[in-house]
Design a binder for this molecule. Structure first.
Ligand code: GTQ
Length: 349
Protein backbone atom coordinates (compact mmCIF):
# COMPACT_ATOMS: atom_id res chain seq x y z
CA UNK A 1 0.00 0.00 0.00
CA UNK A 2 1.24 3.46 -0.80
CA UNK A 3 0.09 6.87 0.34
CA UNK A 4 -2.31 8.54 -1.99
CA UNK A 5 -0.43 11.42 -3.56
CA UNK A 6 -2.29 14.36 -5.07
CA UNK A 7 -2.49 12.31 -8.22
CA UNK A 8 -2.67 8.51 -7.79
CA UNK A 9 -1.05 8.14 -11.18
CA UNK A 10 2.71 8.16 -11.44
CA UNK A 11 3.50 11.31 -13.33
CA UNK A 12 5.98 11.68 -16.14
CA UNK A 13 8.03 13.80 -13.79
CA UNK A 14 8.14 11.00 -11.15
CA UNK A 15 9.18 8.44 -13.73
CA UNK A 16 11.92 10.79 -14.82
CA UNK A 17 13.11 11.03 -11.24
CA UNK A 18 13.32 7.22 -10.96
CA UNK A 19 15.52 7.11 -14.03
CA UNK A 20 17.93 9.37 -12.16
CA UNK A 21 17.81 7.20 -9.02
CA UNK A 22 15.65 9.66 -7.13
CA UNK A 23 12.53 8.28 -5.48
CA UNK A 24 9.68 10.47 -4.23
CA UNK A 25 9.17 9.14 -0.69
CA UNK A 26 5.42 9.82 -0.69
CA UNK A 27 4.90 7.13 -3.30
CA UNK A 28 6.55 4.44 -1.17
CA UNK A 29 6.28 5.61 2.43
CA UNK A 30 3.22 3.67 3.54
CA UNK A 31 4.78 0.46 2.28
CA UNK A 32 7.84 1.22 4.36
CA UNK A 33 5.85 2.00 7.50
CA UNK A 34 3.19 -0.66 8.02
CA UNK A 35 1.43 -0.23 11.38
CA UNK A 36 2.82 -3.57 12.52
CA UNK A 37 5.20 -6.22 11.20
CA UNK A 38 4.13 -8.09 8.08
CA UNK A 39 6.77 -10.81 7.99
CA UNK A 40 7.58 -11.92 4.46
CA UNK A 41 8.78 -15.29 5.81
CA UNK A 42 6.25 -18.05 6.46
CA UNK A 43 6.02 -20.68 9.17
CA UNK A 44 7.29 -24.03 7.93
CA UNK A 45 7.91 -27.56 9.25
CA UNK A 46 10.68 -29.98 8.22
CA UNK A 47 10.09 -33.57 9.38
CA UNK A 48 13.17 -35.52 10.41
CA UNK A 49 11.68 -38.68 8.94
CA UNK A 50 11.77 -36.90 5.56
CA UNK A 51 15.13 -35.12 5.59
CA UNK A 52 17.17 -37.79 7.44
CA UNK A 53 17.33 -39.95 4.32
CA UNK A 54 18.46 -36.91 2.30
CA UNK A 55 21.38 -36.41 4.70
CA UNK A 56 22.33 -40.05 4.16
CA UNK A 57 22.08 -39.50 0.42
CA UNK A 58 24.25 -36.37 0.70
CA UNK A 59 26.91 -38.51 2.37
CA UNK A 60 26.90 -40.73 -0.73
CA UNK A 61 26.94 -37.80 -3.15
CA UNK A 62 29.76 -35.81 -1.59
CA UNK A 63 32.47 -36.27 1.03
CA UNK A 64 32.68 -33.85 3.93
CA UNK A 65 36.11 -32.86 2.65
CA UNK A 66 34.77 -31.94 -0.79
CA UNK A 67 31.76 -30.15 0.65
CA UNK A 68 33.83 -28.35 3.35
CA UNK A 69 30.57 -28.29 5.30
CA UNK A 70 28.08 -31.03 4.43
CA UNK A 71 24.91 -29.17 5.34
CA UNK A 72 21.35 -29.36 4.08
CA UNK A 73 19.90 -25.90 4.64
CA UNK A 74 16.37 -25.18 5.72
CA UNK A 75 15.25 -22.55 3.24
CA UNK A 76 12.10 -20.61 3.96
CA UNK A 77 9.59 -21.12 1.11
CA UNK A 78 9.19 -17.32 0.97
CA UNK A 79 12.84 -16.79 0.10
CA UNK A 80 13.62 -19.09 -2.81
CA UNK A 81 17.30 -19.03 -3.67
CA UNK A 82 18.24 -16.99 -0.60
CA UNK A 83 19.44 -19.78 1.71
CA UNK A 84 17.73 -18.39 4.76
CA UNK A 85 15.09 -19.64 7.14
CA UNK A 86 13.99 -16.16 8.25
CA UNK A 87 14.98 -12.66 7.20
CA UNK A 88 17.87 -12.77 9.67
CA UNK A 89 18.71 -16.44 10.36
CA UNK A 90 20.39 -19.38 8.67
CA UNK A 91 19.66 -22.94 9.80
CA UNK A 92 20.67 -26.31 8.47
CA UNK A 93 21.69 -29.81 9.47
CA UNK A 94 25.34 -30.75 9.23
CA UNK A 95 26.22 -34.43 8.84
CA UNK A 96 29.58 -36.15 9.40
CA UNK A 97 30.35 -39.82 8.88
CA UNK A 98 32.85 -41.70 11.06
CA UNK A 99 36.39 -40.76 10.06
CA UNK A 100 35.37 -37.52 8.35
CA UNK A 101 36.58 -34.03 9.16
CA UNK A 102 35.49 -30.54 8.16
CA UNK A 103 38.54 -28.29 7.85
CA UNK A 104 39.19 -25.28 10.04
CA UNK A 105 38.06 -21.90 8.80
CA UNK A 106 36.85 -18.67 10.35
CA UNK A 107 34.42 -15.96 9.45
CA UNK A 108 32.56 -12.89 10.63
CA UNK A 109 29.37 -14.88 11.13
CA UNK A 110 28.52 -16.35 14.52
CA UNK A 111 27.33 -19.95 14.74
CA UNK A 112 25.64 -22.16 17.29
CA UNK A 113 25.25 -25.93 17.07
CA UNK A 114 22.65 -28.12 18.75
CA UNK A 115 23.59 -31.79 18.56
CA UNK A 116 20.87 -34.12 17.29
CA UNK A 117 22.52 -37.49 17.36
CA UNK A 118 25.84 -39.25 17.45
CA UNK A 119 28.51 -39.47 20.10
CA UNK A 120 32.25 -39.11 19.84
CA UNK A 121 32.43 -36.29 17.33
CA UNK A 122 33.98 -32.95 18.20
CA UNK A 123 34.11 -29.40 17.12
CA UNK A 124 37.23 -27.34 17.68
CA UNK A 125 36.72 -23.67 18.51
CA UNK A 126 39.62 -21.29 19.03
CA UNK A 127 42.03 -24.20 19.43
CA UNK A 128 39.95 -26.01 22.06
CA UNK A 129 38.23 -29.31 21.39
CA UNK A 130 34.63 -29.83 22.51
CA UNK A 131 33.17 -33.32 22.35
CA UNK A 132 29.58 -33.57 21.20
CA UNK A 133 26.72 -35.42 22.87
CA UNK A 134 23.08 -35.35 21.85
CA UNK A 135 21.37 -32.20 23.09
CA UNK A 136 24.57 -30.22 23.73
CA UNK A 137 24.83 -26.62 22.60
CA UNK A 138 28.24 -25.53 21.29
CA UNK A 139 29.00 -21.97 20.17
CA UNK A 140 31.32 -20.62 17.52
CA UNK A 141 31.75 -16.89 18.19
CA UNK A 142 32.57 -14.60 15.27
CA UNK A 143 36.12 -14.93 13.84
CA UNK A 144 37.08 -17.96 15.92
CA UNK A 145 38.86 -20.69 13.97
CA UNK A 146 36.64 -23.76 13.92
CA UNK A 147 36.48 -27.20 12.35
CA UNK A 148 34.73 -30.48 13.04
CA UNK A 149 35.71 -34.13 13.20
CA UNK A 150 34.10 -37.48 13.80
CA UNK A 151 36.49 -40.13 15.13
CA UNK A 152 33.49 -42.09 16.51
CA UNK A 153 31.64 -45.14 15.19
CA UNK A 154 28.40 -43.61 13.98
CA UNK A 155 27.27 -40.66 11.88
CA UNK A 156 26.66 -37.39 13.70
CA UNK A 157 24.08 -34.77 12.85
CA UNK A 158 23.65 -31.35 14.33
CA UNK A 159 21.65 -28.19 13.80
CA UNK A 160 23.71 -25.21 12.64
CA UNK A 161 22.29 -21.78 13.45
CA UNK A 162 24.08 -18.77 12.00
CA UNK A 163 23.52 -15.04 11.63
CA UNK A 164 24.58 -15.21 7.96
CA UNK A 165 21.67 -13.15 6.55
CA UNK A 166 22.34 -10.32 9.02
CA UNK A 167 26.00 -10.19 8.12
CA UNK A 168 25.13 -10.33 4.41
CA UNK A 169 22.70 -7.44 4.84
CA UNK A 170 25.36 -5.30 6.49
CA UNK A 171 28.02 -6.27 3.96
CA UNK A 172 30.46 -7.18 6.72
CA UNK A 173 31.50 -10.65 5.57
CA UNK A 174 35.12 -11.65 5.98
CA UNK A 175 36.30 -15.27 5.88
CA UNK A 176 39.61 -17.14 5.95
CA UNK A 177 40.12 -20.72 4.87
CA UNK A 178 43.82 -21.14 5.57
CA UNK A 179 44.87 -21.33 9.20
CA UNK A 180 48.15 -19.54 10.04
CA UNK A 181 51.22 -21.49 8.92
CA UNK A 182 52.40 -21.91 12.52
CA UNK A 183 49.01 -23.37 13.44
CA UNK A 184 46.15 -22.36 15.70
CA UNK A 185 47.34 -22.18 19.33
CA UNK A 186 45.94 -25.22 21.17
CA UNK A 187 43.94 -24.87 24.36
CA UNK A 188 43.55 -27.67 26.92
CA UNK A 189 40.25 -29.52 26.59
CA UNK A 190 37.78 -28.31 29.21
CA UNK A 191 39.57 -25.01 29.84
CA UNK A 192 36.72 -22.70 28.84
CA UNK A 193 34.24 -24.58 31.03
CA UNK A 194 36.68 -24.51 33.92
CA UNK A 195 36.99 -20.74 33.53
CA UNK A 196 33.40 -19.83 32.77
CA UNK A 197 31.08 -22.81 33.22
CA UNK A 198 30.93 -23.48 36.93
CA UNK A 199 29.13 -20.41 38.22
CA UNK A 200 32.52 -18.83 38.99
CA UNK A 201 34.60 -16.43 36.91
CA UNK A 202 38.30 -15.72 36.49
CA UNK A 203 39.24 -12.85 38.79
CA UNK A 204 41.59 -11.17 36.33
CA UNK A 205 39.16 -11.00 33.41
CA UNK A 206 36.92 -7.95 33.64
CA UNK A 207 35.76 -7.14 30.12
CA UNK A 208 32.99 -9.48 28.97
CA UNK A 209 33.58 -10.97 25.55
CA UNK A 210 30.96 -10.28 22.88
CA UNK A 211 29.89 -13.94 22.80
CA UNK A 212 29.75 -16.32 25.74
CA UNK A 213 33.26 -17.60 26.51
CA UNK A 214 31.74 -20.75 28.00
CA UNK A 215 31.22 -22.24 24.48
CA UNK A 216 29.81 -25.63 25.58
CA UNK A 217 26.45 -26.14 27.32
CA UNK A 218 25.98 -29.90 27.87
CA UNK A 219 22.47 -31.31 27.64
CA UNK A 220 22.72 -33.22 30.93
CA UNK A 221 23.02 -29.93 32.83
CA UNK A 222 20.35 -27.99 30.95
CA UNK A 223 17.94 -30.94 31.00
CA UNK A 224 18.42 -31.48 34.74
CA UNK A 225 17.66 -27.81 35.39
CA UNK A 226 14.40 -28.09 33.47
CA UNK A 227 13.43 -31.27 35.32
CA UNK A 228 14.01 -29.55 38.68
CA UNK A 229 11.96 -26.53 37.62
CA UNK A 230 9.13 -28.78 36.50
CA UNK A 231 9.21 -30.59 39.84
CA UNK A 232 9.24 -27.38 41.84
CA UNK A 233 7.01 -24.71 40.28
CA UNK A 234 4.03 -24.20 38.02
CA UNK A 235 4.61 -23.97 34.28
CA UNK A 236 4.54 -20.65 32.43
CA UNK A 237 1.28 -20.40 30.48
CA UNK A 238 2.98 -20.01 27.11
CA UNK A 239 6.47 -21.50 27.32
CA UNK A 240 6.09 -24.29 29.87
CA UNK A 241 9.47 -24.32 31.60
CA UNK A 242 11.85 -22.27 29.48
CA UNK A 243 15.42 -21.23 30.20
CA UNK A 244 17.73 -19.14 28.04
CA UNK A 245 21.35 -20.19 27.66
CA UNK A 246 23.22 -17.38 29.39
CA UNK A 247 26.49 -15.54 28.88
CA UNK A 248 28.27 -16.15 32.20
CA UNK A 249 29.80 -12.66 32.40
CA UNK A 250 26.70 -10.66 31.52
CA UNK A 251 23.76 -12.93 32.25
CA UNK A 252 22.52 -11.88 28.82
CA UNK A 253 22.26 -13.82 25.56
CA UNK A 254 25.04 -16.15 24.46
CA UNK A 255 25.84 -14.18 21.31
CA UNK A 256 25.41 -10.57 20.17
CA UNK A 257 23.07 -11.63 17.37
CA UNK A 258 21.38 -14.82 18.57
CA UNK A 259 19.69 -16.13 21.71
CA UNK A 260 19.04 -19.80 22.44
CA UNK A 261 16.53 -21.49 24.69
CA UNK A 262 15.63 -24.91 26.02
CA UNK A 263 12.09 -25.54 27.22
CA UNK A 264 10.21 -28.42 28.74
CA UNK A 265 6.54 -28.91 27.99
CA UNK A 266 4.94 -31.33 30.46
CA UNK A 267 2.82 -34.16 29.10
CA UNK A 268 -0.58 -32.75 28.14
CA UNK A 269 0.62 -29.10 28.32
CA UNK A 270 -1.54 -26.72 26.30
CA UNK A 271 0.06 -23.29 25.99
CA UNK A 272 -1.60 -19.93 25.46
CA UNK A 273 -1.18 -17.90 22.29
CA UNK A 274 1.99 -15.86 22.04
CA UNK A 275 3.82 -13.69 19.59
CA UNK A 276 7.07 -11.80 19.66
CA UNK A 277 9.04 -9.81 17.15
CA UNK A 278 11.86 -12.36 17.35
CA UNK A 279 11.73 -15.17 14.80
CA UNK A 280 12.18 -18.66 16.28
CA UNK A 281 13.78 -21.75 14.79
CA UNK A 282 12.65 -24.76 16.82
CA UNK A 283 14.26 -28.19 17.07
CA UNK A 284 12.42 -30.99 18.87
CA UNK A 285 14.92 -32.54 21.30
CA UNK A 286 12.43 -34.92 22.90
CA UNK A 287 8.77 -35.84 22.74
CA UNK A 288 5.80 -35.32 20.52
CA UNK A 289 3.24 -32.56 20.20
CA UNK A 290 1.89 -29.87 17.95
CA UNK A 291 2.33 -26.18 17.39
CA UNK A 292 -0.39 -24.07 15.85
CA UNK A 293 0.71 -20.95 13.97
CA UNK A 294 -1.83 -18.30 13.05
CA UNK A 295 -1.06 -16.36 9.89
CA UNK A 296 -1.65 -12.63 9.44
CA UNK A 297 -4.80 -13.49 7.52
CA UNK A 298 -6.02 -15.69 10.39
CA UNK A 299 -5.40 -19.03 8.69
CA UNK A 300 -3.95 -21.69 10.97
CA UNK A 301 -1.08 -24.05 10.25
CA UNK A 302 -0.68 -27.02 12.56
CA UNK A 303 2.73 -28.66 12.82
CA UNK A 304 2.53 -32.12 14.38
CA UNK A 305 6.07 -32.66 15.49
CA UNK A 306 8.20 -35.45 16.81
CA UNK A 307 11.84 -35.88 17.79
CA UNK A 308 14.35 -33.99 15.62
CA UNK A 309 11.71 -32.26 13.54
CA UNK A 310 12.41 -28.58 12.93
CA UNK A 311 10.01 -25.72 12.40
CA UNK A 312 10.33 -21.97 11.97
CA UNK A 313 8.01 -19.26 13.24
CA UNK A 314 8.65 -15.81 11.74
CA UNK A 315 8.39 -12.78 13.99
CA UNK A 316 5.01 -11.44 15.06
CA UNK A 317 3.02 -14.50 14.02
CA UNK A 318 0.87 -15.90 16.83
CA UNK A 319 1.48 -19.49 17.92
CA UNK A 320 0.78 -21.95 20.72
CA UNK A 321 2.30 -25.27 21.73
CA UNK A 322 0.61 -28.47 22.82
CA UNK A 323 2.54 -31.46 24.13
CA UNK A 324 1.26 -34.97 23.72
CA UNK A 325 4.18 -36.48 25.68
CA UNK A 326 6.64 -34.69 27.91
CA UNK A 327 8.63 -32.74 25.33
CA UNK A 328 11.78 -30.66 25.15
CA UNK A 329 12.21 -27.96 22.51
CA UNK A 330 15.45 -26.23 21.65
CA UNK A 331 15.10 -22.91 19.87
CA UNK A 332 17.16 -19.98 18.74
CA UNK A 333 16.21 -16.50 17.64
CA UNK A 334 17.44 -13.07 16.61
CA UNK A 335 16.28 -11.43 19.84
CA UNK A 336 19.62 -9.88 20.91
CA UNK A 337 19.90 -7.99 17.62
CA UNK A 338 16.40 -6.62 18.09
CA UNK A 339 17.01 -5.77 21.75
CA UNK A 340 20.24 -3.96 20.97
CA UNK A 341 18.15 -1.71 18.73
CA UNK A 342 15.37 -1.31 21.30
CA UNK A 343 12.89 -3.01 18.98
CA UNK A 344 11.99 -6.31 20.63
CA UNK A 345 8.48 -6.78 21.93
CA UNK A 346 6.11 -9.63 22.66
CA UNK A 347 2.45 -10.16 23.49
CA UNK A 348 0.32 -12.84 25.07
CA UNK A 349 -2.85 -12.48 23.08
O1 GTQ B 1 30.20 -25.39 10.37
O2 GTQ B 1 31.46 -23.70 9.97
O3 GTQ B 1 25.82 -24.25 8.28
O4 GTQ B 1 30.81 -22.05 8.12
C1 GTQ B 1 27.29 -22.62 7.42
C2 GTQ B 1 28.56 -22.06 7.38
C3 GTQ B 1 28.07 -24.25 9.00
C4 GTQ B 1 30.41 -24.30 9.83
C5 GTQ B 1 27.06 -23.71 8.22
C6 GTQ B 1 29.57 -22.59 8.15
C7 GTQ B 1 29.33 -23.70 8.97
Amino acid sequence: MTAEPASAQTSTWENGLRERNLIPLWTVMRGMLPPEPTPPAVAHHWRYAEFKSELERAAVEITAEQAERRVLLFENPSYPGESRITATLHAGIQYLLPGETAAQHRHAQSALRFILEGEGAFTEVGGERFSMSAGDLILTPAFQWHGHGNPGNGAVAWLDGLDLPMVRLMGTTFAEFKPPSDGIPKQAEGISRARFGSGMLPTEVTTPSAASPRVHYPYVEARAALASLAAGEPADGVHGYRLAYAHPQTGGPIMPTMAAYLQLLPKGFGGGTYRSTEAFVFCVAEGRGKTTVIGIDGTEKVFEWTKHDHFVIPGWLRFRHKAQNESVLFSFSDRPLQQSMGLWRDARD
